[in-house]
Design a protein around this ligand. Structure first.
Ligand SMILES: [Zn+2]
Length: 374
């Protein structure tokens, strides 16, 4: 046997963890005289300080499960979805040292920053009933909006030496005609929907060449249950869905927020602070499964390389491994029945490593290989 592994190391499912709305903001519930900060009301402004939401996240989740990989969906400008009067600290991501240090820390620790709009949309006060508008609707010309994104991306790359590869629209709202401009800006993947049952990942979205990434599990799935019978049944179904995703070897995409407040001032029901108990249980459950912990970009790249690569059996022990995009070293795993193989073009031998009882080759060069029985 010499086959492409569906996922890295032939694990059953990738777990990707998308956390929205990290913001350079702090929500002040106390009187202005109260100078104390609390993780509960921090959305990112406190950076890596002891009382920050990120330190809380790190202390109560990442330190316990260091295998976790996460992707932060970051609005770049001043987060608009907050009551100004209740948010005395509100800046863009480039404005304060604490926040910049936090972003540097996230990148340096091998996790991912993805795009989540410039300011996340705005409240249109010109109507009798103020309504929330999709961010792109505040621009008369689409070009202006695309240019704003372009500037954000360039500024980010310059400052952090880091290229943003994907994103998610605020509230999952976007217009199809914006997809091609996003691709032209260099985005390789996008998170278009949150659909509970669906582990869909696809190389195209509505005919556009951009990897469509799933979002399908809510971070509060294991929250202590004080709900109605109907709520309890819903929770049981959600857990069953989680197991089904793994059984079908689909992508598990956990959704969370750093922000604990919604635009209307109501507490955001999916948030890292309130859901920490559930997240702990969720990642404890994943430890009992064969999971690949990855960023959105890791999975999008693996998925693309997997589909562009091909293995054909030429003889009982000889296989041809090719890639239709001329990538000489596709970044995927291959499962083999033997440990040792020989590249028939170069004469070089390669040795697999063992993962869960299977011989695995990672990042093997394309070529013609003979399996060597020892
Ligand atoms: Zn958001």
């Amino acid at each position: 046997m010499f086959e492409k592994a569906k996922w890295f190391n032939d694990y059953d499912s990738p777990v990707i963890f998308g956390i929205d709305d990290l913001s350079n903001a702090y929500y002040n519930y106390d009187s202005p005289e109260n100078r104390n900060f609390y993780a509960k009301y921090d959305f990112g402004y406190r950076g890596l300080k002891e009382d920050s939401i990120f330190t809380y996240f790190k202390k109560f989740l990442l330190d316990k499960y260091p295998e976790i990989k996460y992707t932060v969906f970051l609005p770049f400008g001043k987060m608009s979805a907050l009551h100004k009067s209740n948010t005395p600290y509100l800046y863009s991501i480039f404005d304060t040292k604490d926040f910049i240090d936090l972003l540097r820390y996230i990148i340096k620790s091998g996790n991912e920053i993805a795009y989540h709009g410039h300011h996340h949309g705005y409240k249109n006060a010109s109507f009798l009933q103020p309504t929330w508008c999709k961010e792109y609707e505040s621009f008369a010309k689409k070009d202006e909006f695309i240019n704003l994104i372009k500037n954000d991306l360039e500024k980010f790359e310059k400052m952090f030496n880091y290229k943003i590869k994907g994103g998610r629209s605020p509230c999952f709202m976007w217009e199809d005609e914006l997809i091609q401009p996003l691709i032209d800006l260099g985005f390789k993947w996008w998170s278009f929907h949150h659909i509970e049952k669906n582990g869909f990942i696809s190389r195209q979205y509505k005919g556009y060449n951009i990897v469509s990434m799933p979002s399908n599990v809510e971070g509060n799935i294991f929250s202590p249950n004080f709900k109605s019978l109907k709520g309890k049944i819903k929770d049981i179904l959600k857990k069953r869905n989680l197991k089904r995703l793994i059984k079908n070897r689909e992508v598990i995409s956990v959704a969370e927020h750093f922000m604990t407040s919604r635009a209307d001032g109501i507490r955001q029901y999916l948030n890292i602070f309130d859901d920490i108990y559930s997240l702990d249980k969720l990642f404890a459950f994943f430890r009992t499964q064969k999971i690949w912990y990855a960023t959105f970009s890791d999975v999008a790249k693996y998925f693309t390389d997997f589909h562009n690569s091909k293995i054909i059996k030429l003889d009982s022990n000889v296989f041809s491994y090719t890639n239709n995009k001329n990538k000489t070293t596709p970044e995927i795993s291959i499962v083999s029945s033997v440990r040792k193989i020989k590249n028939l073009e170069t004469g070089k031998f390669y040795y697999a490593h063992m993962v869960d009882g299977k011989w695995i080759f990672n990042n093997l060069k394309i070529g013609k290989y003979r399996l060597i029985d020892e």
